[in-house]
Design a protein. Structure first.
Length: 454
């Protein structure tokens, strides 16, 4: 396992705090919990009024939305094309999702993004300008919705099968890795475009996201080395993405390819793509021109509003996603834990999984302000090798330098935070690891590291 993280470390701690024995990885927001609800607590340093806002956001995050028209008109309008009817369905107990266990299992908390390469010089120019992150499939858009409201055909069914391959350690120990094989069946709106690619994603855990949003851009840029100037084989780069609210290119922070700049936009994008709900950031129904049953469906827009989730409701969801607390570490003086920390350092995992940041001063979000945090992510994109690439329709890896999402290529993924990792399967017994959930354990995830993580 030691060869699976990096070479000589470029990351020196910006604090004399030793991450090996840190208890409160989320600073003063941290909570003490080891049960299945460990990821669902509010930041422990919030005041009473803030906790009220958090609880409203929690209700909007957990409860299912309904088809319009409905008596509960503040929570209707879902679909007509969708993946799930509640945020919690993907982010199980506010934790990570999982891939289907076999071909008979539903996609559940996994989705399939679609994109295609540029077809001409004009499209190349659009991608280079950052005006949009990619080009989507003409018939199916940017994501397969495998569920729908009555009277509207879903787009397709998502099927996953697996084969096993064995990795042998130097000491003779064998580990079995699960190789996923994706297929889409019952395509109800015609064929996919010839060059449409698949990018499989499971839901990420929700803890500590507001803290990551409050890391200064300069601190993130300090670790970037897109041209590998120091020749250590690690070339983390930022993703600059479109901020819909300001119509400007800004640093991407969220999603598997750092394709979203803020938690507000990430939430609004999920409402639109996963649930078919409109917001002021994404006011159009998630339908292609071919999908006339979708474009003609009844909306859930209430009198006085122009979208199904107004800004007041989105405010509460944003606040909730910003203030889910990071659980404290466990067993920090245990001999095996301490030995693992030393191996983590020796393997130079911190070259990408940056241990420490300090959040900025933020008077509007005081609980998140000036916190010493240990997320173990550099928030940068890294090439993780051919095995972890987006896919062509024949199952082979997409071309290495092909644009997947803004500046992120088919093989590049944002370094995930490691805080709370040991509780992942307590929160969701089926939780998977890596972007497509193929890894059943953290060790399997490490063994899949290729490219810069080789």
């Amino acid at each position: 396992m030691l060869g699976a993280c990096g070479g000589d470390s470029k990351q020196e701690l910006k604090s004399d705090l030793n991450f090996t024995t840190q208890l409160k990885l989320g600073g003063e927001t941290s909570v003490s919990s080891q049960d299945p609800g460990a990821f669902s607590f509010s930041a422990s340093n919030m005041d009473t009024a803030s906790n009220r806002s958090f609880l409203v956001g929690n209700e909007l995050f957990e409860a299912p939305w309904t088809i319009a028209p409905a008596s509960a008109d503040l929570r209707d309008g879902i679909g007509p094309l969708l993946n799930v009817n509640a945020c919690q369905t993907c982010h199980i107990n506010d934790g990570r999702g999982h891939a289907p266990q076999d071909e008979n299992d539903s996609a559940g908390s996994m989705l399939v993004r679609l994109y295609r390469p540029a077809h001409n010089e004009n499209e190349v120019g659009i991608l280079l300008s950052g005006l949009q992150g990619n080009f989507t499939d003409a018939n199916y858009g940017g994501q397969i919705q495998d569920h729908s409201n009555p009277g509207v055909a879903s787009e397709a069914q998502i099927k996953m099968t697996y084969s096993e391959k064995t990795v042998t350690f130097e000491d003779g120990f064998n580990a079995s890795l699960r190789q996923p094989h994706l297929s889409l069946i019952n395509l109800n709106y015609g064929p996919l475009g010839e060059n449409t690619r698949f990018s499989v994603r499971i839901a990420n855990a929700m803890i500590g996201l507001g803290l990551l949003e409050n890391i200064s851009e300069s601190d993130i840029l300090e670790n970037a080395d897109p041209h590998d100037s120091d020749n250590d084989g690690i070339s983390g780069e930022v993703n600059y993405v479109m901020d819909v609210a300001t119509n400007s290119l800004v640093l991407g922070r969220f999603g598997w390819k750092a394709g979203q700049p803020t938690l507000r936009q990430q939430s609004a994008g999920a409402f639109n793509g996963d649930m078919g709900l409109t917001t002021t950031l994404f006011p159009l129904a998630n339908c292609t021109d071919l999908q006339t049953d979708c474009t003609g469906a009844i909306s859930g827009v209430n009198v006085g509003d122009s979208v199904e989730i107004n800004d007041d409701l989105l405010d509460f969801v944003e606040f909730y996603t910003q203030h889910l607390a990071v659980p404290e570490r466990r067993n920090i003086q245990d001999a095996d834990v301490l030995a693992g920390a030393e191996l983590f350092k020796q393997a130079d995992c911190q070259a990408c999984h940056t241990p420490y940041f300090k959040t900025v001063t933020n008077s509007e979000l005081p609980a998140l302000s000036n916190q010493d945090i240990f997320p173990f992510t550099d928030m940068l994109l890294h090439d993780m090798g051919e095995d972890l690439s987006d896919l062509q329709q024949d199952g082979n890896a997409a071309p290495a330098l092909e644009t997947s999402e803004f500046l992120a290529s088919s093989r590049e993924w944002r370094t995930p935070a490691l805080w709370g990792l040991g509780l992942s399967n307590v929160v969701n017994a089926e939780a998977g690891f890596l972007h497509d959930g193929r890894a059943r354990t953290p060790m399997e995830a490490v063994l899949w590291h290729g490219g810069e993580g080789q």
